[in-house]
Design a protein around this ligand. Structure first.
Ligand code: GDP
Ligand code: IMO
Ligand code: MG
Length: 433
């Protein structure tokens, strides 16, 4: 019954899609447990590139069954598009995708609200996919779940109730009647699509675990975008941390056998918010171009920074990481001396931990340790011992600084460009360095 949570250890886009797809070869089930189509997970194999938003990255492994858990917020139109795009490329989705009847549905008015708030000057730089407003309705207990969406009469009455609550804000967009009409425009087609996949996923997953199947629980976003533990308010509206996997998949913490944190060899962030190790100027531009650091969902240029140990240590603590996957080591090749932040300075004091307050998160100044750079085409390397010495030392330094072993090193987009240090240990026992 091994169940491995794969969580983003930074601000998202760490390469979770690649890693989950890679590990998916040895898995039976992959479960997405939070977020929605704000996510963009790129998977490259056999020379083809796929961008997944809502679907678990296991969908590209023919033998794997996939669950969209109750913690995910689902835009039916986005799901329809993604399923159609995959099916048109020969990926079989039917019979391999199960959508929780308890997942909340993103409706057109959630997107209106997201766009409206982003336009108001106080925007957080969201993806404008309606994620925050949908989770708000869930918490306010005026949301629409997949089970409700399948029942036209129930949907009508729930939508009217929600629109009444949000009327003042939505009136700035268009008349409420027009907004209600948008929900039902082309509804039947979307209803059929959801009905095709809808299932009571809790017992399904429970049976799989009891039968000893291997389950991967895939996060969207990353630890620092976590609603409770991230750089609030510049966060998403769900809990990417490993605890969120239990809530969003509907399993107890006792079934989890391992938690892998995915981190880049450096750091990126999209959207506004504190980013202590952000690199200014030309060097950031260079890393952005080498690493093709542009968002999969919005196309925005990602902000670039050095690796941040207090930040990663916080991620390790919040999710109880048992191992790390380090991606994009190849991108640092030729960049020159590499820095790692090992602490911060604030008001003349030295901080070891990532701070909680907004002011501190904004004003801390990183204390860096420098590491020798390396060069050469790391994309061809298939074992740790063939890495340039300085690159290998960099990996070892990170695990020593964090106290979490690096089990996987990724040196390129495609699945062959993956170095596994300890295949057996990934799924379960705690590694020792
Ligand atoms: P996710 O949201 O965590 O799944 O990550 P994204 O897919 O948004 O962004 C990661 C990007 O880096 C994708 O384009 C991946 O194909 C790419 N990628 C993943 N691992 C590596 C790696 O080791 N080297 C390089 N060069 N690219 C990688
Ligand atoms: P993946 O799964 C990176 C960011 C947005 C914004 C904040 C809130 O590909 O790693 P939201 O639309 O969720 O309300 O936006 O969160 N964000 C992401 N950044 N990767 C993601 O997903 C993200 N999903 C949301 O840029 O700053
Ligand atoms: Mg992404």
């Amino acid at each position: 019954m091994p169940a491995l949570v794969v969580v983003g250890a930074q601000w998202g886009d760490e390469g979770k899609g690649k890693i989950v797809h890679f590990l998916g070869e040895g898995a039976d089930w992959v479960v997405r447990y939070q977020g929605g189509d704000n996510a963009g997970h790129t998977v490259v194999f056999d020379g083809q590139s796929y961008a997944l938003h809502l679907l678990p990255s296991g969908i590209l492994q023919p033998g794997v069954k996939n669950i969209i858990g109750s913690g995910v917020v689902v835009n039916p139109s986005a799901l329809a598009e993604e399923v159609a795009a995959l099916e048109s490329r020969g990926v079989r989705v039917r019979g391999r995708l199960f959508l929780s009847l308890a997942a909340h549905v993103i409706l057109p008015y959630h997107i209106h609200l997201d766009v409206l708030r982003e336009a108001g000057g106080r925007g957080l730089g969201t993806t404008k996919k309606g994620i925050g407003p949908c989770y708000e309705d869930k918490v306010a207990r005026i949301g629409v779940r997949v089970a409700d969406y399948l029942d036209r009469a129930a949907l009508r009455s729930l939508v009217r109730q929600a629109l009444a609550v949000r009327a003042a804000e939505l009136a700035k967009v268009k008349p409420l009647q027009a907004i209600e009409a948008e929900v039902f425009d082309g509804y039947e087609e979307r209803r059929r699509l959801l009905a095709r996949f809808a299932a009571d996923t809790g017992p399904l997953l429970d049976r799989a675990l009891r039968a000893g199947k291997r389950v991967l629980l895939e996060s969207a976003q990353g630890s620092m975008l976590d609603l409770d533990h991230g750089t609030y308010p510049f966060v998403t509206s769900s809990n990417p941390v490993a605890g969120g996997a239990c809530v969003g998949a509907g399993v107890g913490p006792t079934v989890i056998t391992g938690v892998m944190g995915v981190t880049k060899a450096y750091t990126t962030r999209v959207g506004r918010g504190p980013f202590p190790t952000e690199i200014p100027g030309a060097l950031a531009g260079r890393i952005r171009e080498i690493g093709k650091e542009y968002g999969v969902t919005t196309g925005r240029a990602r902000r670039i920074g050095w690796l941040d140990v207090p930040q990663l240590r916080a991620a390790a603590r919040m999710s109880g990481l048992t191992c790390l996957a380090m991606t994009k080591l190849d991108t640092l090749s030729g960049v020159g001396p590499i820095k790692i932040c090992v602490g911060y300075r604030l008001d003349g004091r030295l901080l070891r931990d990532f701070p909680v307050s907004r002011r501190a998160q904004r004003e801390v100044r990183p204390v860096y340790r420098s590491f020798p750079g390396f060069s050469g085409d790391l994309g061809r390397v298939r074992s740790l011992s063939d890495l340039p010495r300085a690159a290998r030392e960099y990996v070892f330094s990170v695990e020593r600084l964090l106290g979490v072993p690096v089990a996987v090193v990724s040196v390129g987009q495609s699945r062959e460009q993956t170095i596994v240090r300890d295949a057996a240990g990934i799924w379960g026992r705690r590694h020792s360095i």
